[in-house]
Write a protein that binds this ligand. Structure first.
Ligand code: FE
Ligand code: FE
Ligand code: FE
Length: 170
């Protein structure tokens, strides 16, 4: 909209798409640092492995976003995801808690699932924008990542069913 162009940062859905992608880029890069710490704090081998597997997926998710930014001719930086800062801070609080190992594992799962849900919401949003804007290749990449986040969330739910029982009996 030419009339509203001057001084308006987000003038159309394409601008909002890039902004939302930058938010996800910030979120994912924060997780590259947070996931190893959560894995180190976990006790159950299966949970440790889960964090480690998702760290590897996260590296690839960052590469997918890099490819999208490259295609758009845009830079990924310059925006901080404040929500992920908060979610990671809650995870750090749980890491520092003095807790029975099973209880701490249950708490780490609680923090991790909040993180996955935030990512699922973010990727769902940018995927629908990519579709409307006709970025078919982006859509495929974003849906791939979204399904990894959903699969991670499901694995955490399944693992919580065991660990919560242990934590209840601790
Ligand atoms: Fe992710
Ligand atoms: Fe955010
Ligand atoms: Fe994730």
């Amino acid at each position: 909209m030419g009339l509203f162009g001057l001084g308006v940062k987000l003038k159309d859905l394409q601008d909002l798409y890039v902004e939302q992608l930058r938010d996800l880029y910030s979120a994912e890069t924060q997780l590259l640092e947070a996931l190893p710490k959560m894995g180190a704090a976990a006790t159950a081998a299966e949970l440790k492995q889960g964090f480690s597997n998702h760290l590897e997926e996260t590296r690839i998710q960052v590469q997918r976003l890099d490819a999208i930014f490259q295609d758009l001719g845009e830079q990924p930086g310059g925006h901080t995801c404040k929500a992920m800062q908060g979610l990671v801070a809650e995870g750090s609080d749980m890491i520092k808690e003095k807790a029975n190992p099973a209880v701490k594992d249950a708490g780490l799962i609680a923090a991790a699932q909040r993180i996955e849900h935030y990512e699922i919401a973010g990727y769902g949003t940018v995927a629908t924008y990519a579709k409307v804007l006709g970025h078919q290749q982006h859509l495929e990449l974003l849906r791939q990542t979204e399904s990894e986040e959903k699969a991670t969330d499901s694995k955490l739910t399944a693992f919580a069913q065991e660990i919560n029982l242990e934590a209840a009996q601790a």
